[in-house]
Ligand binder design. Structure first.
Ligand code: MG
Ligand code: MG
Length: 279
């Protein structure tokens, strides 16, 4: 197996492996610039995505914004990936290849994952969009995943352990499942990752696990937190294109991600759009 976008387990050290690299304040500021460019690309795509628009158009839009902002799309050419974003529609979980032939329709759920490099530093984030009106169950699924991301981010505190984040993500998914009365599946084998001068760095960050395990969360550490949730199974398959990951049971899937720095003042979400950094 190869390293892939969502911190494929085989490509990264398991929890308890090498620690999390620390960034200086100047390096975190540089990563924030990259993160803001990703945030801008995602915001533009979110505004543009609607019924009748192809995922290929969204890819072109993201690439334009990243290059206009002085960045390089990190996904393009990554292990041969042919585009600047991943666009994963409905039962596609992650790593979907955008194309002009894939036209969004009312009722679709599309996850857009985007990465940019600025001055050698990476940002990585993903959102799930609802095209037109989707079933209430799909909105609830996406909200559950987004709340799991928020809870994972809130656990990115100095002095904690890596699996505190995993546990917070899992607990939030389980709480949402109980609330919604749906047995959501947390996708196995994929998760978050360290990030910095490369997109995927140690450690792998599972989306499930008991708290209190793995390396300490240091001030200056940066992680991509990225829960992937389905309306059914935890199992996935990869399509013949070698990239697109789909749910094994055809159920719908969602994906939310942010790049987060651990600071003395709490989590700093580098890919959260900040008006101060708009030009
Ligand atoms: Mg990632
Ligand atoms: Mg990503």
């Amino acid at each position: 197996m190869r390293t892939s976008f969502a911190g494929l387990r085989a490509g990264l050290a398991r929890i308890g492996g090498r620690g999390i690299q620390r960034r200086t304040p100047a390096e975190l500021a540089a990563m924030h610039v990259a993160g803001q460019l990703v945030a801008r690309a995602l915001a533009a795509m979110s505004e543009h995505a609607k019924s009748g628009v192809s995922t290929g158009e969204l890819d072109e839009l993201a690439e334009q914004i990243i290059r206009d902002g002085g960045g390089v799309p990190s996904f393009l050419g990554y292990h041969g990936f042919p585009a600047s974003i991943c666009a994963s529609v409905n039962d596609q979980v992650v790593h979907g290849i955008p194309s002009r032939a894939q036209v969004l329709a009312d009722g679709d759920l599309v996850s857009l994952d985007c990465g940019a490099i600025v001055d050698g530093w990476h940002g990585d984030a993903a959102v799930t969009l609802e095209i037109g009106v989707v079933p209430a169950s799909d909105s609830a699924l996406s909200a559950a995943c987004r709340s799991a991301l928020d809870c994972g981010i809130a656990a990115a505190l100095p002095g904690g352990r890596l699996s505190d984040i995993s546990h917070a993500v899992q607990a939030a998914c389980q709480a949402a499942a109980a609330r919604d009365g749906v047995d959501y599946g947390i996708v196995e084998d994929y998760g978050g990752h360290g990030i910095g001068a490369e997109m995927h760095m140690d450690p792998f960050l599972p989306n499930v696990g008991a708290p209190g395990k793995g390396p300490r969360l240091p001030v200056g550490g940066v992680l991509a937190v990225e829960p992937m949730l389905t309306a059914g199974t935890t199992k996935s398959d990869t399509l013949d294109d070698g990239w697109t990951v789909v749910t094994a049971d055809g159920s719908r899937a969602v994906h939310w991600e942010h790049t987060v720095a651990i600071t003395e003042d709490g989590p700093w979400v580098l890919t959260e759009r900040s008006l101060q950094s708009e030009h």
